[in-house]
Design a binder for this molecule. Sequence first.
Ligand code: NAD
Length: 483
Amino acid sequence: MNGFLKDGLARNFLAGTWVEGDGGATIAVEDPGSEEHLADCAQAGEETLNKALSAARASFDRGDLADMQPSARGRLMARVAVEIRDLAAEGAELLCRESGKTLEAAQDEFEEAAQYFEYYGGVADKIEGKSIPLGPDYADYTVYEPFGVSAQIVPWNFPVSIAARSLAPSIAAGNSTIIKSPELDPIGLAMLGLALERAEVPNGAVSILNGIGSDLGARLVASSEIDQIVFTGSVPTGQAILHAAAETVTPSLMELGGKSAAIVFEDANLDGFIASLQSGIFYNAGQVCSAMARVLVHRSIYDQVVERAAELSNGLSIDHGLKNPDHTPVISEQQLSRIEEITSMARQTGARVAAGGTRLDRRGYFMAPTILADVDPASRVAQEEIFGPVTCITPFDTEAEAIAIANGTEFGLVAGVFTRDLARAHRSARKLRAGQVFVNEWFAGGISTPFGGVGKSGFGREKGLEALYNYVRTKNIAISLKG
Ligand code: NAD
């Protein structure tokens, strides 16, 4: 494992070397499936951050990535993908233990990370500008230039794949990057550093630092040495970061939370919908920004859908992630308590618990897969992001009412429509206030489909070619030919 792990301590990847950080401070990492202490992680402080910032700037100024032949940058990224796959088995086990997710889901994260490097590596030499006609006396063209140093803050729910989702286009565009890993599960992500080291990404071009959000994260985003902020996480943290960005006028990309709704019309294929419900709200124990947090069902099939949803929830296998069950723990005691609190408050506003509703009496932070029925769309449980295995079902009578309820939160990340009526599917998709609409399959799409929110779900897009243009800025070059 080279320098990544030393004496059981996961270290910081600082500009191509592995370091312990400042003053011996560490972060304890727990296994949420067993509540056991898993490992310690070296914490980067101000000194380490300053070294990473200087190294990133120096690498950018030298043109380590930006001046590399674009096709060579693409080949370098393809090598990173190979190294990520090589580390996937080992990395997935660590990620599974520290995050609580299934081993399969952890393996998928490493695979997805590798795919991001292949995808964006493939377009590194296709970031083409335009020629603008100004008549015979001028030549005018645009070029896309990297920002410089990109500061990237990653959440704990998909630390490896989300980090790769932003890092890969950042490298493809020629930026230097500093990543702050999530404090709850930093170890799998630190292994990305190992892949970068083995692929011989230039020293300084990427650093991955471990630290607490309000300390290291806040310092990083407030630094005048960065040229861009890419944040994926909660709305309150995004707002705090935007305040910091306002001070330095730093361009920012915000990928925030959601409270996404699926609309199930009376002609929907119910078997297909129930399969989507399982992945939509129970994958990763519902800790997914684009989870199916609300389900709006046509009144004519409402009782049937609630019954089938409860049946699904009650039949899920539950275990430690290493055993690949259907349902896994949430990340922490704090998260579990919050989910339980919101769920129990829902009863006071008229919601009916059709399945689950409480934590499970076993070791680990397990919330029962929960279905709340008869949920008032205006109530707290229908408006706030829960970020756990809890969905809210509400009946509707007309298409217009369903769209209004779906659009009736401050979020707008994704939405879904389940119907066999093609015209209704298109019509609803256009009217839904969301960055992405799934028709007849929740989570349809992949690494090449643009993703991001409207409203408090944020702005800017990740994934796909579209995201690449978040990592460059346009320069126009206007040349007089008048002699
Ligand atoms: P969070 O906002 O608590 O933390 C996210 C990251 O920000 C962590 O690395 C944390 O250490 C850091 N951080 C905290 N305070 C900071 C500060 N003041 N300055 C800089 N960094 C700081 O979110 P979380 O609990 O880790 O993740 C869950 C949230 O992320 C949910 O709201 C979820 O919807 C959202 N999310 C969004 C997407 C998306 O693509 N839209 C993807 C995954 C998760």
